[in-house]
Design a protein around this ligand. Sequence first.
Ligand code: MN
Length: 251
Amino acid sequence: MRILLTNDDGIHAPGLTVLEEIARQLSDDVWICAPAEEQSGAGHSLTLHHPVRLREHGDRRYSVTGTPTDSVNLALRKLFADKRPDLVLSGVNAGENLGDDITYSGTISAAMEAALAGIPAIGLSQAFRDSGAGFEAATKWGAKVLAPLIDMQMAKRTLVNVNFPALPADKVGGIRVTRQGFHDYARGSLAEGTDPRGRKYYWFGLQDAEHTLDHGTDLEAVEDGYIAVTPLQLDLTHHSAIDRLASRFAS
Ligand code: MN
């Protein structure tokens, strides 16, 4: 099995080393193509306004001077002339990607890019929340969570979002299959200041947003100390609204 690893925290991120350890328990054919710099919050952006460079850092190890989406897109076009990857893993992100976080997430967007290309894809994120446990849950549980997923036939244009709770490995309750939750809108922190030229600026922060813990969601599972495994789809159509909308436009 050929596995491509990527992330949004950049090629030098500790979470990528964790992911590499996990992936090597599953295969000897592990490739890395990750952003040269941190790209958290980059979402599914593709760099259009300037060129990007693909740099070789060693055997099967590359960086791209662009976004997570650039990294996966370019890797699939330029690195695999003989055989495409069988699986793309993105992460392990330093911080959770729960609820609507996924719409901003470079980690999940890299997995989305792979899913759009028809390759099974899994995003992995480690919640921190000042637990002091670091990547311990992801390190110890990673291969165990991935094993049942990798030989499963995923539907086209779908992916899986895995989040590890902020706990030492032996305190993790287990694995729950969940649905995506939502945070209450009014996101995170916002710092305000004045720049050296006297102009006001704003700076978005990543402080935890408030959320309602709806039953069965990824947010609830991680709060309860479980690993959340959430299937996601790229078909964003709100199918049940099609008929209602059509009737609004019927003459
Ligand atoms: Mn990140």
